[in-house]
Design a protein around this ligand. Structure first.
Ligand code: FE
Ligand code: CA
Length: 526
């Protein structure tokens, strides 16, 4: 569409009032971001430039609602985003047509200055399993239109879910060409598995350049998100469908675990940094208020359902994790890896996951998480090396998870993974010391959007990789994302890759596809 029609001319205060008066069938509550004081709230802000520079987004779809997100930032890289210290009233509309002529709900929210003038609207009262379009207005400025979709009603035997999952989008190492392609996919939602930003200092002679030194404080994290979210390809990908997001390490700092990173070296100082990272993440993601951080704590793990077809178990394998065992390459079951106190999930999240899996009515149970669960030996030589930052570093708990999937006969567990900037398709076998043991789940590891720069379709000694790890059915080191189509009978994963990202215009191809049949956790060639 071209110029969007103007909002009805009405003072924002009267919009608020009307919304509350209308509170019957057609009214959807705009749940404000925070119950804390907004300070001064301006209803008629003046901006130094267009304020919707970071685009719009939606997320965490339910059968009757979705989160709508934007942030006001006329000068995105400036401290404060170029906004005055006042909070700002923002109105929103959601329609069932792209031209925004049939508005089904509208309301106002506050872009709270203490939350970087971000807006999180939890729209309710929508109808299940359909497309909607939305936009925001602040002062006289109107945002781009985004498209979103509600989930099918709980218990409905939905016929199909199409989604894509992505991760690891280092800004400096390449262009977001993969997101240009993803934005053209016919998909209902996007899952992002972390490393949405990278915390490192600008490094010269790369494809693009970070805006600052290493980020430590809240304003640094905010500016880094603003840099990343200024990318038009990323904005397009957010505008086509709701996203379900979780974080990995680089949203705070490389390979941190729990309250440990080694930088800053004291726990108290690190927790300040973690709080800054978590706050900026929330400010820039379409998350519900339930995920709003309180200091260094934020509840990010959660369930989302797609009718009876799919349940997403979205995990946080960073916040509650014990430190990586010392010394890469420990061969399980060395005592350090079999320490029952070692955990990637933490006791509470693991209990929640186990209970959620047992109670799930879904045909497919998706563990949307960060680190590779298959225990692959990556040396391709006589010695054996497992990455201690991945699930094999938490071998005791890894075995508990796989045993739970097996013993409780969890229906069709599928693990989707990010983190390692390479594509893998793995069968998760019951016992990785018995390579002929039965498979209890499948794992699709998606490569990076851009981290690692131009990739390659294969790697040296690829035959050794496959022969030493027969449960690994596919490896690829190009950039891209994974597109999935889920039906009651089958799961299909398409590894969508681009051959380069150091210059624009790379074409997309489906490099490999796999099918999983319901009831048989095996990777079949498509
Ligand atoms: Fe990464
Ligand atoms: Ca990572």
């Amino acid at each position: 569409m071209t110029t969007p029609p103007l909002f009805p001319v009405r003072a924002p205060s009267s919009i608020t009032r009307r919304s509350f008066i209308a509170g019957t069938a057609s009214f959807a509550a705009a749940v404000l971001l925070s119950t804390r004081s907004f300070g001064q709230v301006t209803a008629r802000p003046k901006f130094s430039a267009y304020p919707f520079t970071l685009g719009v987004a939606s997320g965490d779809p339910l059968p009757d609602g979705v989160v709508l997100w934007t942030r006001l930032a006329p000068q995105p890289l400036a401290v404060g985003g170029g906004m005055s210290p006042d909070s700002v009233e923002v109105s929103w509309q959601i329609a069932d047509d792209e031209a925004m002529t049939r508005i089904v709900h509208s309301g106002t929210a506050v872009a709270n200055a203490s939350w970087a003038h971000s807006v999180h609207v939890e729209v309710e009262g929508l109808r299940p399993d359909r497309w909607y379009w939305y936009r925001f207005k602040a002062g006289t400025e109107i945002s781009p239109v985004g498209r979103t979709r509600t989930a099918p009603a709980a218990g409905v035997p939905a016929e199909r879910l199409r989604f894509a999952f992505a991760s690891c989008q280092h800004y400096e190492t390449g262009l977001y060409t993969a997101y240009d392609h993803l934005a053209r996919e016919d998909i209902d939602l996007v899952v992002h598995l972390g490393d949405y930003i990278y915390e490192g200092a600008a490094i010269p002679d790369r494809v693009r350049r970070h805006n600052s030194g290493e980020i430590i404080h809240l304003d640094d994290y905010r500016a880094r998100y603003a840099l990343y979210k200024s990318d038009p390809s990323l904005q397009k990908a957010h505008a086509i469908a709701p996203w379900i997001v979780t974080w990995d390490d680089h949203e705070v700092v490389n390979n941190y675990t729990g309250d440990i990173s080694g930088k800053p070296s004291t726990t108290a100082d690190f927790l300040l940094r973690r709080a800054a990272g978590y706050q900026a993440y929330f400010e820039h993601m379409p998350l519900r208020r339930s995920a709003q951080p309180h200091g260094p704590d934020a509840l990010l793990y959660r369930n989302l359902s797609y009718g009876q077809l799919v349940q997403f178990h979205v995990l946080d394998t960073r916040q509650y994790r014990t430190d990586q065992p010392q010394g890469d390459g420990n061969k399980p079951p060395s005592p350090v890896l079999m320490d029952p106190k070692g955990t990637a999930l933490g006791d509470k999240q693991r209990d929640w996951l186990f209970t959620g899996l047992e109670r799930s009515p879904a045909t497919w149970n998706i563990l949307a998480q960060q680190i590779m669960m298959a225990r692959a030996d990556k040396t391709r030589g006589p010695e054996v090396t497992y990455s201690m930052d991945q699930w094999p570093g938490y071998e005791y708990e890894r075995r508990r998870v796989l045993r739970h999937l097996h013993d409780k006969k969890i229906k069709n567990p599928v693990v989707i993974t990010g983190d390692i900037h390479t594509n893998w398709a793995n069968e998760l076998i019951a016992d990785f010391d018995q390579l002929d043991s039965q498979s209890v789940a499948t794992e699709f590891v998606g490569t990076s959007i851009s981290s690692g720069g131009d990739g390659s379709a294969t790697t040296k000694n690829i035959d050794l990789l496959y022969s030493e790890n027969p449960f690994v059915k596919y490896f690829n080191a190009e950039r891209g994302y994974v597109r999935c189509e889920v039906t009651p009978k089958t799961w299909r994963s398409d590894y969508r890759t681009v051959p380069y990202i150091s210059r624009p215009g790379a074409p997309l191809q489906t490099h490999r596809s796999f099918i999983v049949e319901s009831g048989r956790p095996l990777l079949l060639p498509a």
